[in-house]
Design a protein. Structure first.
Length: 237
């Protein structure tokens, strides 16, 4: 039975607790958040799942090193100092950092990389993402990651939307953000060639998929050797 400690008990933290409660291979032994009682450290976690805030990750790193357990980080927006601390921690414990724990997105990234490599320079690439009206950043971190994996030779400039007399399309990867309603998340990658279009698409119908992926990552990393892992290591394709 894998013991989980949740850091950050907001919407995602609560979903992680719900997902873990429905499984018979793990259980939540504690939750840490500003407005919760102090965590009772009677049990040692096998994995810590941090969905708090950038400034709170340092405490999660300290606990992961103290208990020699896996660390799953879903928080984003780190400065260089925090990134360095995460890398240092990964030399002692297994760590995964991701802005999107959807298993479907992990598979989509693989498919985009394979398609981009196969098609080469003969196809234009456009990425369209849609999210709810409360999302703060645009384009999404996932869209930026998809652009990165689609850019096989790391030489294509990014163009964020188009307006006015922009002229003929160049070699860029276009990224476009749509915001509205309660959309959990949609990502479309278009490979557009002469007389044909290939579209790879993922739609999140509930944010619960991110909690499920995070729990799966925690279970997969618990007990593994130290290192900085990615969702590629979790889906094992």
């Amino acid at each position: 039975m894998t013991k989980l400690l949740i850091v950050g008990y907001g919407r995602m933290g609560k979903m992680i607790e719900d997902v873990a409660g429905e499984r018979n291979d793990c259980r939540v032994i504690g939750k840490i958040d500003t407005f919760l009682p102090a965590w009772d450290e009677k049990e040692v976690p096998d994995a810590i799942l941090d969905f708090s805030a950038p400034e709170g990750v340092e405490k999660s790193i300290e606990m992961a090193l103290k208990y020699n357990c896996a660390l799953v980080i879903g928080t984003t927006g780190f400065d260089e100092s925090a990134k360095k601390r995460i890398s240092e921690a990964a030399q002692r414990v297994p760590v995964i950092v991701s802005s999107n724990y959807s298993l479907g997105i992990a598979v989509l990234k693989k498919a985009v990389a394979l398609t981009a490599k196969a098609l080469g320079e003969d196809f234009d690439i456009e990425i369209i993402e849609a999210h709810h009206n409360k999302k703060q950043d645009a384009p999404s971190g996932t869209a930026l990651t998809l652009a990165e994996v689609a850019d096989v030779n790391s030489d294509k400039p990014r163009l964020y939307g188009r307006q006015g007399k922009v002229g003929a399309r160049g070699r860029e990867i276009g990224l476009h953000a749509v915001r509205g309603g309660t959309q959990a998340g949609e990502h479309r990658v278009l490979f557009m060639g002469d007389n044909e279009i290939i579209e790879l698409r993922h739609e999140a119908q509930s944010r619960r998929i991110f909690a499920s992926g995070a729990v799966k990552a925690a279970l997969a990393l618990a007990g593994r050797p130290a290192g900085l892992y990615t969702m590629d290591d979790i889906i094992e394709i």
